[in-house]
Design a protein around this ligand. Structure first.
Ligand SMILES: [Ca+2]
Ligand SMILES: [Ca+2]
Ligand SMILES: [Ca+2]
Length: 394
């Protein structure tokens, strides 16, 4: 039988879920299916960092470009590349270190500094050189994470897939629909001034190593973004460095870290680098709030910042039970508001035992319940949810 863990408060549960956002362990996912499918879907989405193969050239200035197409930094320690032999660990990519959202990095056949000079790349672009696991005309690119799990794959070859790019002295780049899809038909041969901004190397080869339009890059450089609780309000502060004119910030709030709504818009002001917004009334009774910035550039495209969470501390507004453990008698429930409350009671196996509807404070008998641990799941009329563990001894 699988073991079911219970939590004393919903905030404890939510706190653990947040921690879990950055973990890939499957054990916890199973646990959260029981409590919250919404949180679980967030966890599942965040489990595999979306580092993607975004460009390659098999012959000439041979290289592979990987881009962090997600919203969170990715630590490449333990990651690796292999060609069509598909063996994790063949070529270490750990030297890339942490790849920021939107950053593109290069694995090249030539020594790193030779490649950098050849393409006139700045010192900012991370390059791992001397790759001797080389690509042939019909070959495969496999990207593995630190656990050896396949993160992205591209099988290519103009002979095996007629009509697709042959990347001889011109690289190919991935279109939006083919990103992470292993579909070479969705790739385009680089040419001067194409939609990818491809350019010529010092000896007239074409590509765009070190940058990708598949990145989720914000149209500003977000230096910092914080959300802090200030009594009942939440203060959001962000600092930008480089930016383009015409940028608009959407301040977005969520109660589950998944579905966001825009609560305010702030236009960029030229020469200003620090911004502030106070969310005066974030949501009475909510224990956990999430914020992010939507940043819309002049091309109308919106990209999102990393998510910040704020835990509110309002014990007076939470549901309390007493006595707990409930021994041979009545249980009293104190509720935060005069609102209809529906209560579902689950036993320690997660099976629903009973439903109780009530308004504001109430008490009910537990003397006829089998002794054991129960999970009480309250939902108020306004949609707030609270979970409590109750021990009954009869
Ligand atoms: Ca080659
Ligand atoms: Ca090969
Ligand atoms: Ca590129």
């Amino acid at each position: 039988m699988s073991q079911i863990t219970t939590f004393d408060t919903f905030s404890e549960l939510a706190g653990k879920a947040l921690t879990c956002l950055y973990e890939t362990g499957s054990q916890k996912k199973t646990l959260f299916v029981f409590f919250s499918t919404v949180l679980c879907s967030v966890i599942a989405e965040a489990a595999v960092p979306p580092v993607r193969i975004t460009e390659f050239m098999y012959n000439g200035s041979e290289f592979i470009e990987f881009t962090n197409a997600g919203d969170l930094p990715v630590d490449m320690t333990g990651w690796s590349f292999d060609d069509d032999s598909r063996v994790p660990g063949s070529v270490s990519l750990g030297a890339f270190g942490i790849i920021q959202p939107g950053e593109s990095v290069i694995l090249s056949e030539s020594p790193a500094e030779e490649f950098r000079a050849h393409w006139n790349l700045s010192g900012q672009v991370k390059i791992i050189g001397d790759n001797d696991n080389n690509l042939s005309r019909n070959d495969e690119i496999n990207l593995f994470d630190a656990t050896g799990a396949l993160v992205d794959r591209l099988t290519f070859g103009d002979q095996n897939f007629p009509g697709t790019p042959r990347t001889h002295e011109h690289s190919a780049w991935v279109g939006a629909d083919a990103l992470g899809e292993n579909n070479i038909a969705g790739w385009t041969l680089s040419s001067s001034g194409d939609a990818e901004g491809s350019f010529a190397s010092t000896d007239g080869q074409y590509g765009s190593p070190g940058k990708s339009t598949r990145s989720n890059a914000l149209p500003v450089t977000l230096v910092s973004f914080t959300a802090t609780l200030s009594e009942t309000a939440v203060d959001l502060r962000w600092v930008i460095a480089d930016y383009e004119e015409g940028v608009v910030f959407d301040i977005q709030r969520s109660y589950d870290g998944y579905r966001f709504e825009t609560i305010h818009q702030v236009p960029l002001v030229s020469d200003r680098h620090g911004f502030f917004f106070r969310d005066e009334n974030p949501a009475p009774g909510r224990q956990l709030l999430y914020y992010r910035l939507g940043v819309t550039g002049k091309d109308g495209k919106t990209e999102f910042s990393a998510i910040r969470s704020v835990e509110t501390d309002r014990p007076g507004e939470m549901i309390s039970l007493y006595p707990n453990p409930a021994v041979n008698g009545a249980l009293t429930v104190k509720t935060p508001e005069k609102a209809a409350v529906s209560l579902k009671v689950y036993n320690s196996l997660g099976m629903e035992q009973r439903r109780i509807e009530f308004r504001e404070n109430t008490s009910f008998e537990t003397s006829d319940w089998p002794s054991g641990t129960y999970l009480l799941h309250f939902t108020t009329r306004s949609g707030q949810q609270f979970r409590r563990t109750l021990v009954v001894i009869n």
